[in-house]
Design a protein around this ligand. Structure first.
Ligand code: PLP
Length: 369
């Protein structure tokens, strides 16, 4: 959402055009008949659910996927009319609301249906098959048969789709991926009528495993211009455009003498006269303490964060004086330099996915087309 006001110069810029380009490039890469399901769970991986959903639909995505019922309701109540699928487990108590709001749910337990009354409107479901992810889904073919029987006894439930999820699609070793794909094809044989939408591929599979496309792909991380893994980065058939930049400005600059300490715990001591800038961003914004030592861009050059990161602020060592209000790039490009989300992920020993998700609500998201 566009912020009503913000007087602190810290914000995340989200380039909706980058999101559109990533979708258009994927569509060119996969066959025309394959639909794109835009995965906008977790506030669109921290990018902003409504804005990303609308951009994705404009770029030709035909469906949205979220993790929770509440995420789906938020999209629907904001006027989004496209199909929406809840990927996670929904409580049976959501069924009536889902049918009324035309939200599709993921099902995988026959007993789930025991708990829902006859619905006034049809409920569309996608059946989840666990082929090796070990998270959600039916785990045997007989379980699937019983589930199908239960659903066929109900006039108010329609099977719109069936899907599975790969655990290792972003890795070089394809053995588990192939096993899961073959298992999935085996399960598909049990459907008396082919559901409208069979889907399996996440970003990694849609980019590197042509054999896993079926009717649709679930495009998440790479829609935001991020690679699912370093392995996939080296196999990209088209460039990904990162959509998110994290920006702030210098709010204080000072020259301190040798032997001065900086921030809580006095863990950093200047080794000579040093120029220190204070930035108005801290761990309460998602710039977590593990990012001490990470570099930022000022005037197109890299400077390190020194000392402990505070809740709302942090300090950077400069090589000279800069002005108050000097633009600072924490994630993104400045001049010929770039700091990527992948660089943060490496510094924090995590994956790219986690980085935009940890940027908190206090950081306004500002959209550019
Ligand atoms: C999050 C999610 C996706 C998207 O995965 P990416 O790797 O971000 O493309 C696809 N399918 C399911 C079931 C998910 O939970």
């Amino acid at each position: 959402m566009q912020p009503k006001y913000f007087y602190r110069p810290t914000f995340a810029k989200v380039d909706l055009n980058a999101i559109k380009k990533n979708i258009l490039n994927l569509k060119k890469h996969i066959s025309h008949s394959v639909e794109v399901i835009a995965v906008v769970k977790a506030n669109a991986y921290g990018h902003g659910d409504l804005e990303v959903a609308n951009a994705a639909l404009n770029a030709g995505a035909s469906m949205l996927a979220v993790a929770t019922p509440d995420e789906a309701i938020r999209l629907r109540e904001s006027g989004i009319e496209s199909p929406i699928l809840v990927l996670g487990a929904s409580s049976p108590s959501f069924a009536a609301v889902a049918s009324e709001k035309d939200i599709m749910v993921t099902v995988f337990q026959k007993d789930w249906f025991l708990h829902i009354p006859t619905l006034p409107q049809k409920l569309n479901v996608h059946i989840k098959i666990d082929t090796g992810m070990g998270r959600l889904g039916v785990t045997t073919e007989s379980e699937l048969s019983l589930l199908l029987e239960t659903i066929h006894q109900r006039q108010d439930i329609m099977i719109d789709g069936v899907f599975t999820h790969f655990a290792t699609a972003d890795e070089e070793d394809e053995s588990q991926f192939r096993q899961q794909l073959e298992k999935f094809k085996g399960y598909l044989q049990h459907f008396p009528v082919k559901p409208r939408c069979i889907h399996a591929a996440n970003s990694a599979a849609s980019i590197v495993h042509e054999n896993s496309l079926f009717d649709a792909v679930r495009f998440g991380i790479s829609m935001y211009g991020l690679s699912p893994s370093p392995y996939v980065s080296n196999k990209l058939p088209f460039p990904l455009q990162p959509a998110l930049s994290l920006l702030t400005q210098v709010v204080h600059v000072k020259k301190v003498p040798e032997g001065s300490t900086i921030s809580y715990g006095a863990t950093y001591t200047t080794s000579k006269d040093e120029w220190i800038a204070t930035l108005p961003i801290g761990y309460a914004d998602g710039m977590i303490r593990g990012l001490s030592g990470q570099e930022v861009l000022i005037q197109g050059k890299r400077f390190p964060i020194i000392g402990r990161i505070c809740m709302d602020q942090c300090m950077v060592r400069l090589n000279g004086q800069v002005s108050i209000g000097e633009p600072v790039v924490l994630i993104g490009r400045q001049g010929s330099e770039q700091i990527t989300i992948e660089e943060w992920a490496q510094k924090l020993q995590t994956i790219s996915y986690e980085i935009p998700c940890i940027l908190t609500n206090r950081v306004p998201r500002v959209y550019t087309q």
